[in-house]
Design a protein around this ligand. Structure first.
Ligand code: ATP
Ligand code: MG
Length: 262
């Protein structure tokens, strides 16, 4: 049962669904995307290629404005490329800004994806409640977003994306707005969640340390117009340690590819 809404419908129509459910991935091939407004024409992406195999976690790092959010929206079918191709299994987006509905409780915000999949309110609540507990939100189910901490809000927002039931998760800087300590805790938390609930993940982040802690592969983008300029395999065992010399070396490679002096 496709979800309501034009964007969801268009995803269903134009997505090719790979037959092998275990190896659902993302193929972005030589994509260009230009925005034309009354004031200017901006080439956001040009020649952008990115691939994620089924259940692979790919981090995307790049300077502000290089087209990372645009890339995720293309993967989720919310935009179309001007050139090149995007093939992906159905994908849920966790947007860059916290888009929880302020008048709904944590539980009902988490339920939104289930409601969009056609579940009744009672069925959605029953399905979502154990997840809130698993995500450390027990006792806060009835709180509105303004009554949750930043880390809790991001967990609810992530849960809403997860409960959309799509094989691909597109995460747009999920922890950028959090303080440094909460961000480190949430990185550990996300790593553990994805071990239990593996998905194909495209994780956009500004933070190369976060990328190396969480991803199987890091794709580094150029300044706008964005394209991939480096790809770094992170074949370190999990759980990973920030101080591991190999992790430090990979971070330095990513920073060098970004043109940041190390
Ligand atoms: N709907 C739009 N209309 C016009 N220009 C847009 C639109 N969306 C994005 N852009 C432009 O495309 C470029 C890339 O934007 P995008 O949001 O993808 O960058 P980003 O890499 O996600 O940046 P940040 O790291 O700051 O979130 C920017 O110059 C932006 O102004
Ligand atoms: Mg962005």
């Amino acid at each position: 049962m496709p979800a309501k809404g034009v964007t969801q419908t268009s995803i269903e129509v134009r997505r090719k669904r790979p037959r092998d459910g275990q190896n659902i991935g993302v193929h972005v091939e030589a994509v260009a995307r230009t925005f034309t407004t009354r004031r200017a024409t901006v080439v956001a992406l040009e020649g952008m290629t990115l691939r994620a195999r089924g259940r692979e976690i790919v981090a995307v790092v790049g300077p502000s404005g290089c087209g990372k959010t645009t890339l995720l929206e293309l993967i989720c079918g919310l935009q179309r490329p001007d050139a090149g191709t995007v093939r992906a299994a159905p994908a849920a987006l966790m947007p860059q800004r916290d888009l929880l509905l302020p008048w709904l409780s944590a539980l009902d915000n988490a339920c939104l994806a289930l409601r969009a999949r056609g579940l009744s309110r009672a069925a959605a609540r029953a399905a979502a409640a154990p997840w809130l507990e698993r995500f450390g939100l027990q006792g806060f189910e009835r709180n509105r977003p303004a009554e949750l901490s930043g880390g809790m809000r991001q967990r609810v927002s992530f849960l809403r994306s997860l409960l959309a039931g799509k094989p691909v998760l597109a995460l747009d800087e999920p922890f950028a707005a959090l303080d440094a300590i909460t961000r480190l805790q949430m990185q550990g938390w996300l790593g553990r969640v994805l071990e239990r609930e593996p998905r194909t993940v495209v994780l956009v982040t500004h933070d190369v340390e976060e990328a190396v802690m969480l991803a199987d592969r890091v794709v580094v983008m150029s300044p706008r117009p964005g394209r991939a300029v480096a790809e770094i395999d992170v074949s370190l065992p999990r759980p990973r340690h920030r101080t591991d010399p190999e992790a430090v070396a990979l971070r330095e490679r990513a920073l060098a590819a970004l043109g940041v002096p190390v």
